[in-house]
Design a protein around this ligand. Sequence first.
Ligand code: MSP
Length: 676
Amino acid sequence: MSTFYVTTPIYYVNDVPHLGHAYTTIVCDTLARFHQMRGDDTRFLTGTDEHGQKIEEAAHKRGLTPAQLVDQVAPRFDDAWKTLGIADYRFIRTTGERHKRVVAELWKRIRRENPDDIYLASYQGWYCVGCEAFYTESQLVKDAEQWVCATHKRAVAWLDKERSWFFRLSRFAAPLLAHIEAHPEFIRPDAYRNEIVAFLRSGLRDLSVSRTSFAWGIPVPEPDPEGLAHVIYVWMDALTNYLSDLCPDDGTIGGPDVARYWPEALHVIGKDILRFHAVYWPAFLMAANLPLPKGIFAHGWWTVRGEKISKSLPATRIDPVVLSDALGAGSAHGRAIGIDAMRYYLLREVPLGNDGDFTFESLFGRFNAELANDLGNLINRSLTMLTKFGAEFPPAFDAAAHAAEGPARQLEQAAVEASAQAVACFEAVQPSRALEAIWRFVGVANRFIDQTQPWAMGKAKDPALRHTLWALRASLWAIARMTAPVLPAASQALRAWIGDDGPLAWPVAREGSVLVHAPANLGSSPPSPLFPRLDDKAQAAILEKVVGLAAVPTPPPAPATPEEKPAAATIDYDAFGKIELRAGKVLTAVAVPKAKKLLHLSVDLGEAQPRSIVAGIAEAYAPDAIVGRTVIVVANLAPATIRGIRSEGMILAAGDEAILGLSALDRDVPPGTRVR
Ligand code: MSP
């Protein structure tokens, strides 16, 4: 029996799950399901990354302690994966006791095995809290006299001579290059391997692996001679999750699960965090004299209208649960089928490794053409034939007919081929190509019905119909199983309909044929379309549900209010009516020089000219994050001049001192629409 161990990155808890997170999790889930079906000893790990400056800051912004924030948000990831039917995963949190012990143990082990690989010095340089990463100027972008992180498009912070423990990363460029050369599958796809090779060849600088300026982390397990309290760098902490989940509770690095699973580990990650996984992590492991994981597979980014789906761009945030609910609304199986359709789209639309732009046109297109038409029609037509003629011509394998060259034989060959290709592609972490192979077979099976015309055979009372029906049912059987890693709910329904109640294993060839395993009896449930076609009305309803929600930023958890505030005096209806609130679309946003709180916006209120509005939201929203959004504007506020700029209105936002959220409408309405 082979072993398969797959991991997702652990997600930051300053955010709640969106389609980007769901993508990685679904890829890993699909691989885990496939390997499980192949009989491999399979383990699948996901979880949350809960320490570091970013989480500490996010908590403070919401008036929570870091511990309160992480306890609120971590279950939202676990719940989302449960709701999305993610199978048999383990969930790790970096605030867990065992994990903390293992991280401290890893540090001590490096100090034991290679004492000079960690030393004290002082760090001076740039830090991006968004990435939790140190950068040289050559890795940053200059924007209006400021150094800005290329990923977060935010100014980086200057850390001035912070005393810190360093990891001797510079020592590992050569051993890492040697490892990559000896194991070409260590970093996939090739383009990412080349990127890392080039980075290693340019030489590595030692890495600061502790911080003293905040406390939310795992303490460094050795004293600083000057008495400073250090916490371990959050990436060293986070990366160790992949190992710590395999270790015994006392934190020892070892034991049966480490021996069994660790050498097989496959880390599936987004391309944004490749360097941490392909350089830092293996270097830490080498320094500790521990084996490296088997491989790292980086996938690309999903964008919406060209913008990366991310926390800072609310308009890109698609909630995977809302999307699957909306997609499954027309099916008797509801959300479960919506989840399948979402999984299918994400996995089929782009080869793993490439970027992909999420569009409803392509989603609806694939749903209707490939799920409702290709697969749905095949299922409906086959089941109709089997139900209609099955009693008179019970499906039966006919060795002589099978041996003869003809459509049934071609069908079988196509199934064998599709199965072999799908296996090779799933093993090579190429789910899009596996689906292509399976759908080629779906096409062959549809043509088989056209060619053999079972309805005509039935009418003509042709006894060969028994073998034809047998072949049809066997094809459904093979398809139900081959699609199971990607479409778990559809596969299960189909298997029930065709009476396939055996253990869910890959349709392996026996006696040179995949089809001989076909089940004997039709199941009893009457079939209803699994993927009912999405007509214009259904498409509009989906858009309304999903885009309406995507436009609204997920509200941060409400800060605890320690004391009751006295109720404000009431105003009458007329007084309220005097305030003219209107929907306004933000057209442009730029920072106001020398005013760190202010953004200068132009806002479309449906008038001849956009309004110029100065808003005190710059600390909470990057300019990019609000362009394109529809906000609520107080349109009849007397104009004022702020920092020399005319301000012709006010936009509504939540928060007293700090801005906690911006007003928004949950769907697009024409600019200028009155809000009451
Ligand atoms: N906490 C770190 C990872 C530590 S792993 C030891 C982190 N977390 S994250 O919450 O930002 O999630 C990162 C992962 O989410 C990405 O690597 C990627 O797998 C997934 N994605 C987040 N946004 C995404 C897209 N827009 N598109 C595709 N995947 C995305 O980084």
